[in-house]
Design a protein around this ligand. Sequence first.
Ligand code: NAP
Length: 290
Amino acid sequence: MNATVSVIGLGRMGSALARAFLKAGYTTHVWNRSPEKASALTGQGAIVAPSVAAAAAADIVVVCVSTYADSDRLLRSPEVAAALRGKLIIQVSSGSPNQAREQAQRAADNGTSYLDGAIMATPDFIGEPGGTILYSGPRALFEANLHILLALGGNPQFVGEDVGHASALDLSLLGQMWGALFGQFQAAAICQAEGIALDLFEEHRLAFQPVVEGAVVDLVTRIRDRRFAADSQTLASLDVHYGAFSLLLQLCGERGLHDLVPKAQDDLFRKAIAAGHRQDDFAAIAQFMR
Ligand code: NAP
């Protein structure tokens, strides 16, 4: 509890992180490019740092700006680098796995400890029991600072010593999320084109959810075990999926709906079929994703 913390970047997420530290009783320094967002936190006890270098003088420096490139620009100056020596950076801006590895290397070259974090939550979850943040980097660093990480969310998760893995898992989970969200646009467009009320769709989507969830669990297991051939546990062959899927493409054509996403999926179906997997389990498509 004696450690001082700072939060650099006070957008929606950074402000929530700073408020969580203040609520947990940490002496919290804050800095933001647009100063009004920092002053807005003084009423809750935050100390406004006059510069990035001053914010970097805290024991633990949490960075939450839009991109790693923005973070680099802020942290690279000689004064900031000197202030960061011997400190811990917790980088929670979104970035790619390789960007995280580059940042960790630069921190190591500067004598700064580094943990990379991926926030799997919206700002309203920050500081709450269900707030999940994934961390990668040295496990010992994660464990030694767990009490501080717990202030940001009740569910801090260590996901690996490879510092790129928090970002990689983040993108993997988000990729799955965007698949579902873009699928939702598709679904709504079909309902609207066919005159089906979205309330009726929603009712049936919820009823269908356990079937979809079961199929996802089955896919993950099959991909992990490389069980691509159809077997007694196969839920539906690639051929059966493709029969129904072709009707989706047909409907898009008939109703003039945007079809680039299903066309990309069609490309994967066709590659798998051309390679002789038509009668295999639907999971066989996984082999064409790399
Ligand atoms: P935001 O509200 O748009 O805030 C962006 C922050 O980055 C602001 O503090 C902004 O400063 C700062 N910034 C941008 N470019 C900068 C630059 N060149 N130099 C200095 N500061 C700069 O975004 P946010 O929602 O807080 O998200 C911040 C990070 O958290 C992002 O990487 C985002 O992907 C990640 N994240 C967000 C959520 C979420 O639900 N919001 C969830 C998970 C992860 P100004 O105020 O001066 O513009």
